[in-house]
Design a protein around this ligand. Structure first.
Ligand code: CTP
Length: 382
C-alpha cells in the first residue's frame, strides 16, 4: 500500500480532510499530515495525529530537515483542502511555512484540491496560477458547484470524498492502458409502454461505474454509455445518456470502429412493447401488452467486430446453471471474456462469480466491494 503525504491548509472544508484521512487508512495506505499554521486554528494537530497514527506537523519542531524528509518518504503528495493563498504561493514557488517548503522539496507527484469562494475561484490571478501549476503537471482537482460555506452558490466546494479518493487511486497507478479507448455500457435500459410507464430491471449501474473508474485509474480513455441509474457518473469520464435498448445499440455501433475494448455491463431489456401509446394510458382501457424482442447488442457487435476489438460481456444466471449457460453465452456472443454472476449478487455491494476466458480458463472470484472486483477485472484486461 502507498505512503501519502496529506497537506492541509486553512479552509472550513478542513473537516473533510479528517474523513479523507480515515478512508485512506481504511484502504490500507500510510498517511502523514502536514498543516499550515492557520489550518491549526480550525482543527488541531492532535486530531490528525490520532487519525493517522503518526505525529502531524505544522512546523519543524525537533527535525530541521522535516521539509526534505516528509516529501522523500511519500509516494504521493495531496493537499486537500488547499486555500487560494496556499495555491498561489505554490505556483510562485514561495516557501514560508513547513507545508510550502515540503512542496518545493518534493520531486514526485503532487495533487491539489482547492476550496474557496466562487468569486475567488473565478478571479484571474487564481486561474492564472492554476494554469501555471497544470503546465508543471501538478494535478489540480476541480472544486464542485453547490452551496458554499459562505452560503453563496457556485463553484468552490472542495471535491467530494469519493472524487478525492478516486484521484488518489489514479495518482498511485501505472498507466498501462494509456492510449487505449474503452467504451463501457452501464445501468438499465427502459422500454416505454406509454408516456410514464416502462419495462426495465433492477440494475443499479454501480458495478459498471466502478469498472469505468478503475479503467480510468489505469490510464484508459474511457467513455460511458449509461442507461437508467441513480449513480452519479464520475465527472472525469465522458458519459452519454440513452434510454432504450435500441438507443444503446446505436450509441455502441457508432463508436465501434474507434475503440479497443467494449465492456458490455448494461442490463439491457430483452423485450419492448410492440407499440408505444401516446400520452398516459387510462386504467379503464383494457390492456394486453404485446412484446417484441430487442436487438441483442453483443450479437450485433459480434457480426461487425473489427479485428482488434476486445469484448467483455456479463451473464446473470441461476446458480445451478451458471457455468453451463455462461459458457454458451461466451461462445454465442463471440466474447473475449465473460463475467458470470449468480442472480443473488444483483443489487448487492459484494460480488462473486467466475471470469471465463475465450481460451477456456475459468477463475472464481469473491469480493466484498465493487471496487475490489473492478480492480481484479481490470488487472485481467491489462
Ligand atoms: N446483452 C445485450 N443485448 C441484450 C441483452 C443482453 O448486449 N439485448 C448483453 C448484456 O449487456 C450482458 C450479456 O449480454 O453483457 C448477457 O446478458 P444477460 O441478460 O445475462 O443474458 P441474455 O443474453 O439477455 O440472455 P438471457 O436473458 O436468456 O439469460
Amino acid at each position: 500500500m502507498a505512503k501519502i503525504l496529506l497537506g492541509v491548509s486553512s479552509s472550513v472544508a478542513i473537516y473533510k480532510a479528517c474523513e479523507l484521512l480515515r478512508e485512506l487508512k481504511r484502504r490500507g495506505h500510510q498517511v502523514r499530515v502536514v498543516l499550515t499554521p492557520n489550518a491549526e486554528k480550525f482543527v488541531s494537530k492532535l486530531t490528525f495525529h490520532s487519525l493517522s497514527g503518526h505525529k502531524a506537523y505544522s512546523d519543524w519542531e525537533e527535525d530541521p530537515f522535516l521539509h526534505i524528509n516528509l516529501p522523500r518518504w511519500c509516494d504521493l503528495f495531496l493537499i486537500a483542502p488547499c486555500s487560494a493563498h496556499t495555491l498561489s504561493k505554490i505556483a510562485l514557488g514561495l516557501a514560508d511555512n513547513l507545508l510550502t517548503n515540503c512542496v518545493l522539496a518534493h520531486a514526485g507527484p503532487l495533487m491539489i484540491a482547492p476550496a474557496c469562494n466562487v468569486e475567488m475561484w473565478n478571479s484571474p490571478p487564481l486561474q492564472e496560477n492554476i494554469k501555471k501549476l497544470r503546465e508543471r503537471h501538478v494535478v489540480v482537482i476541480e472544486p464542485e458547484e453547490g452551496v458554499l460555506a459562505c452560503e453563496e452558490e457556485g463553484k468552490g466546494r472542495l471535491a467530494s470524498l469519493e472524487r478525492l479518493l478516486d484521484w488518489v487511486e489514479w495518482g498511485l497507478r501505472q498507466k498501462p492502458l494509456s492510449g487505449k479507448k474503452v467504451l463501457i455500457t452501464v445501468g438499465a435500459t427502459r422500454e416505454f409502454i406509454d408516456k410514464v410507464r416502462f419495462i426495465s430491471n433492477q440494475s443499479s449501474g454501480k458495478t459498471g461505474f466502478a469498472i469505468a473508474r478503475v479503467l480510468w485509474w489505469y490510464g484508459a480513455d474511457v467513455e460511458i454509455v449509461a442507461g437508467y441509474t441513480e449513480e452519479k457518473p464520475p465527472p472525469e469520464i465522458k458519459t452519454v445518456r440513452v434510454v432504450s435498448a435500441e438507443e444503446m445499440l446505436k450509441a455502441v455501433l457508432e463508436r465501434l470502429e474507434d475503440i479497443d475494448l467494449l465492456v458490455m455491463n448494461a442490463a439491457v431489456s430483452d423485450y419492448r412493447p410492440s407499440e408505444r401509446f401516446e400520452g398516459k394510458l387510462k386504467k379503464s382501457h383494457s390492456l394486453e401488452l404485446s412484446l417484441i424482442k430487442n436487438p441483442d447488442i453483443l450479437e450485433e457487435v459480434a457480426k461487425l467486430k473489427p479485428k482488434n476489438l476486445r469484448v467483455v460481456g456479463f451473464a446473470l444466471e441461476e446458480e445451478s446453471v451458471l457455468l453451463q449457460n455462461a459458457e454458451e453465452k461466451l461462445r454465442k456472443k463471440d466474447l473475449d471474456l465473460l463475467v458470470a454472476n449468480p442472480i443473488d449478487t444483483m443489487g448487492k455491494e459484494s460480488h462473486r462469480g467466475y471470469l471465463l476466458f475465450k481460451d477456456g480458463r475459468k477463475i472464481p472470484f469473491s469480493f466484498g466491494e465493487k471496487l475490489g472486483f473492478a480492480e481484479f477485472l481490470v488487472s485481467h484486461l491489462v
